[in-house]
Design a protein around this ligand. Structure first.
Ligand code: AMP
Ligand code: MG
Length: 285
């Protein structure tokens, strides 16, 4: 079965994250064994992103959401590194600025949404407004529970305008998170990533899981589906996400645009003349 079918949250489906094994790795034994497939998917993604850019009628929005240390940054580094920077961008959602707070919660997401031909990756997203704000009780339930419908309407509008939206929840276990915090503590190259808030947020794990389960249930739609990606194995996470992105782009029927000029006319009347002229100039010098 394709990972698109296997990991999708069907619209309205109740989600129980405890029942989903974050260590799932399918039939693949190891990173080494899965690597050729990951490389193949990344190659397809690169080619298709070029087509998306050239075609210019559609765009792609990839949303990455997860608890701390689940691998959002890793996905961006591993999977999007080969894509042409012209036409691709990443936006990280931090605590909203004063300007952002002064607008509706979807404003900053809309501002960064892809234009036609573009691929945009959201590292966190407008979903923080049904996750962190709920868990930390920054707003009332009556307010955050209204956000689901507003998000669905917003995404439906983007999709109507030609944006394919893929949303990934990276699912790790609490044990795996702790071992990744330890790596951050011990590995000098990762020391900068560790923070006090990693530990205080960890204490709120059950609240976050509940908030995620509700968000996944209420906002997985046909035009903007959620995928729950088992992410304890970083390589399996990369394998599944790259397959889903490549398969989705492939299904979009992207085409190179036909040339907007008469190629034969340019060959015969313009190019040939320029070529002759260059030859003459060469002789003179
Ligand atoms: P990081 O992704 O580690 O750079 O952290 C960004 C922080 O900003 C996370 O703790 C998010 O929960 C927080 N954040 C993002 N969006 C919002 C929001 N709408 N309201 C409050 N905090 C947010
Ligand atoms: Mg963090």
């Amino acid at each position: 079965m394709s990972y698109r079918k296997q990991f999708i949250v069907k619209p309205g489906e109740k989600v129980n994250l405890h029942k989903i094994d974050p260590s799932f790795k399918d039939k693949h034994e190891s990173h080494e064994k899965a690597l050729p497939k990951i490389v193949e998917h990344i190659g397809r993604m690169d080619k298709l992103q070029y087509l998306l850019y050239a075609d210019g009628n559609h765009s792609l929005l990839v949303v990455l959401q997860a608890l701390d240390a689940a691998g959002k940054d890793g996905v961006i580094r591993h999977l999007f590194s080969g894509m042409n920077p012209q036409g691709t961008s990443v936006f990280g959602f931090k605590q909203p600025s004063n300007d952002e707070i002064a607008h509706d919660f979807l404003w900053r997401a809309h501002l960064r949404s892809p234009s036609k031909g573009e691929t945009v990756i959201f590292n966190r997203s407008h979903y923080e407004d049904v996750l962190v704000v709920r868990v930390h009780k920054l707003i009332e339930k009556s307010e955050w529970s209204t956000h689901y419908q507003l998000i669905n309407d917003f995404e439906s509008m983007l999709s109507y305008n030609g944006t394919r939206i893929l949303k990934f929840f990276l699912h790790i276990s609490q044990e795996e998170q702790l071992s990744r915090f330890k790596q951050r503590l011990e590995d000098p190259a990762r020391n900068w990533k560790i923070s006090y808030s990693d530990y205080s947020e960890r204490k709120l794990w059950p609240d976050y899981i509940e908030a995620y389960e509700d968000a996944l249930e209420h906002t997985s739609t046909q035009h903007a589906p959620w995928y729950i990606i088992p992410a304890n194995h970083k390589w399996f996470r990369d394998l599944a996400i790259s397959e889903i992105i490549a398969d989705t782009l492939e299904d979009m029927g992207l085409k190179l645009p036909s040339p907007h000029v008469d190629l034969d006319e340019i060959r015969n009347n313009y190019h040939a003349a320029e070529f002759e002229q260059a030859k003459q100039n060469n002789k003179k010098s």
